[in-house]
Design a protein around this ligand. Structure first.
Ligand code: GAL
Length: 658
């Protein structure tokens, strides 16, 4: 699952190369420029199905032959796309039943990209046929370093509500529940007269008068993720068979929450992630750090591939802000700090036509006499100098539990408060740790947690019995856990765990919550330690726990906000409200310290973040970034270096600085 492709021994540097958009003389110019910039990996052919198969079964590979030969001849390895992300118009026209359909029954047409139903047999067959051709033809090509299946599965169409999907959903449900009795029990269909008496009655959660059944919606999310994964598997298996030994990836998309990437990560040879800064995000670098840490966690802690990010502006935000000087380097190395062993962009040359013509590239419209190009060339050289970092790993002693089923279940309507967004809570806790320079992983609730000292469950509304027992076992074994509000309240079917919340961990925490008390919009409650809670409170009664902080005012004055209970060799904390800013950071820092976790910097100034990477032989590197709005800096220091701590990066013997 790690990014380790023999054809590219150092950092991989490059990006999507949409050569099909340019006449061939430009290709010749391109390979020269790639050499100048130190580009060693190009992702080729992502959206070229219409040019590779111009009519059913009529393949035209000559241009791709020439392109791969040219790249190989100039030392540029290729991440070769299977081109299945965008079926050509001839295909969609011939197979209108393959077009995706929305929940209201509206057909989503071709003329853009990704217009296919994941369950469509016609799509799957045509895609497999193309992959077979590509794999057979290019398996032995000297340029081939990796296969790139499809592109950002689910980016535009992650679910389809058509009749073909409905039939596939029923098959998936038969497989999950065996019989209708099992399904009716799991979906709680005694509610609102929803009992099913025949499989044919079951449909995807289409547009309904009021809320569709929550477990039906949850299962439809699970099914849809599995259905796209099945598309991936078809291609991957063909590639493994016809092109053995060449790693297969598909690029995940940071910020897409429709695919259960834990399940996907098990299926890819290389975890690769795309990330785009949201220019007007209040904390863009917190988001970058979160996605990069997620990518590393999906890769099991090993180096991963940053497959796409932008040299400057993108084209799809309301205001596409260009990156000021220095940001290109800072953003790219921020991913490297968190375990990326590649710096790849969308895309090599900015397009001249099409919906992405205003998206930046490594070669901008202005050409090489430009800020972007100069920064690209400088970064390529710097990555060469940083090559010793490749293969080192980021070590984290803290994990945040994250589960897609839980997100899908909680992010449905008809929850107690629209203000309690689980993803915002999870990201908030991650950001607080990042500010404290405490490195953390994301972890599946049922994964082996023993390598961590502190495990956080900021927002784990749904947890399976196995996940619940896993956290309890982690604490019993000596770990420290902090459970956030409204976590552990429902089971795998989104049924309430009865007898007082949080049913999954009442005993572990020694707390019994009688009732949830969400707060009115914008309201705050005072806490006995001088802090404040927002969004959410709970009427909790300690049954076997020490109350560390209570509510000082509001309807719950006197009841617990933060509790602690010793369990086995470890300690379990429960927080019944949301803390913000410094209070959250202080709490997490204190718990981390008590659990024996050392931050990278003992007392980081505001706006400074730091991460360490280390080789098994002990050679390590500290990446320190400042996030000021105008002058971002990022330095890389060799650990144990006598100059470390005095010289900013770049000073002798620095590794790199800005
Ligand atoms: C990605 C996609 C690329 C390109 C890019 C633009 O999501 O994979 O093909 O569209 O966005 O930012």
């Amino acid at each position: 699952m790690a990014f380790d492709i023999p054809a590219v021994p150092g950092f991989a540097f490059g990006g999507d190369y949409s050569a099909e958009q340019w006449p061939e003389p430009v290709w010749v110019e391109d390979v020269g420029l790639m050499k100048t910039a130190g580009v060693n990996l190009a992702t080729v052919g992502v959206f070229s199905w219409a040019l590779l198969e111009t009519a059913p079964g009529r393949y035209e590979f000559d241009w791709l032959d020439r392109l791969l030969d040219l790249l190989a001849g100039h030392g540029v390895a290729v991440d070769l796309a299977t081109a299945t992300a965008s079926p050509p118009p001839w295909f969609s026209h011939a197979h209108p039943e393959s077009l995706p359909v929305g929940p209201t029954g509206t057909t989503i047409w071709y003329g853009s990209r990704q217009a296919y139903c994941p369950s469509s047999p016609a799509y799957r067959t045509a895609a497999a046929r193309l992959v077979e051709q590509l794999a057979t033809r290019y398996a032995g090509h000297p340029a081939l370093a990796m296969w790139h299946v499809n592109n950002e599965y689910g980016c535009h169409i992650s679910r389809c509500w058509c009749d073909i999907s409905a039939a596939a959903f029923r098959d998936w449900l038969r497989n999950r529940y065996g019989d209708l009795a099992g399904l009716n029990a799991a979906w709680g269909t005694s509610f609102w007269s929803q009992r099913y008496t025949d499989w044919e009655q079951i449909i995807p959660p289409r547009d309904t008068p009021s809320y569709p059944n929550p477990t039906q919606q949850l299962d439809f999310h699970r099914f849809s993720s599995d259905e796209l994964l099945a598309c991936f598997r078809v291609e991957r298996d063909l590639l493994h068979r016809l092109s053995p030994g060449v790693p297969v990836t598909t690029n995940f998309l940071g910020g897409l929450w429709d695919l259960d990437y834990w399940a996907w990560a098990r299926e890819v040879d290389v975890v690769s992630m795309d990330h785009y800064l949201i220019a007007e995000h209040p904390q863009p670098y917190a988001d970058l750090a979160f996605v990069a840490d997620l990518a590393r966690s999906l890769a099991g802690g090993r180096p991963w591939a940053l497959m796409e990010h932008a040299t400057s502006a993108v084209n799809w935000q309301p205001r596409n802000l260009a990156k000021p000087p220095g940001r290109l380097r800072r953003d790219s190395l921020a991913h490297v700090a968190r375990g990326a062993d590649s710096v790849l962009y969308f895309q090599w040359r900015a397009s001249k036509a099409g919906a992405e013509k205003w998206h930046s590239g490594m070669v901008p419209h202005a050409g090489t006499d430009s800020k972007v190009w100069q920064e690209v060339v400088a970064l390529g050289a710097e990555l060469g100098a940083l090559a010793e970092v490749v293969g080192s790993e980021v070590v984290a002693d803290v994990a945040i539990l994250l589960d897609w089923s839980s997100l899908w279940a909680q992010r449905q309507p008809s929850q107690p408060s629209v203000d309690l967004d689980p993803l915002a809570v999870i990201k908030g806790w991650h950001a607080a740790l990042t500010e404290a320079t405490i490195t953390c992983d994301l972890a599946h609730p049922e994964s082996d947690l023993r390598r961590y000292r502190l495990v956080l469950a900021p927002a784990l509304y749904l947890v399976s019995d196995a996940g619940a027992a896993n956290l309890t076992g982690f604490v019993a074994g000596g770990g420290t856990a902090l459970v956030g509000p409204y976590s552990g309240v429902v089971d795998d079917n989104d049924h309430v765990r009865l007898g007082g919340y949080p049913g999954a961990w009442r005993d572990l925490l020694g707390v019994r919550v009688q009732e949830h008390f969400p707060l009115p919009a914008g309201a705050r409650v005072a806490l006995t330690d001088g802090g404040a809670g927002s969004v959410w409170t709970e009427l909790a009664v300690p049954t076997d726990a020490e109350v560390l902080t209570g509510y000082a005012d509001g309807p719950l004055a006197g009841s617990p906000a933060l509790t602690r209970r010793a369990h086995g060799a470890g300690t379990a904390y429960y927080l019944t409200t949301l803390l913000a800013g410094a209070h959250l950071r202080d709490l997490l820092t204190r718990l981390a310290r008590d659990a024996g976790v050392t931050p990278v910097l003992p007392d980081p100034p505001e706006g400074v973040t730091a991460v360490q990477r280390r080789h098994p032989d002990g050679r390590g590197y500290t990446f320190i970034a400042t996030d000021g709005p105008t002058a971002p800096t990022l330095t890389v220091r060799r650990d144990g270096d006598p100059a470390a701590g005095t010289a900013p990066v770049g000073a002798a013997p620095p590794v790199a600085s800005a």
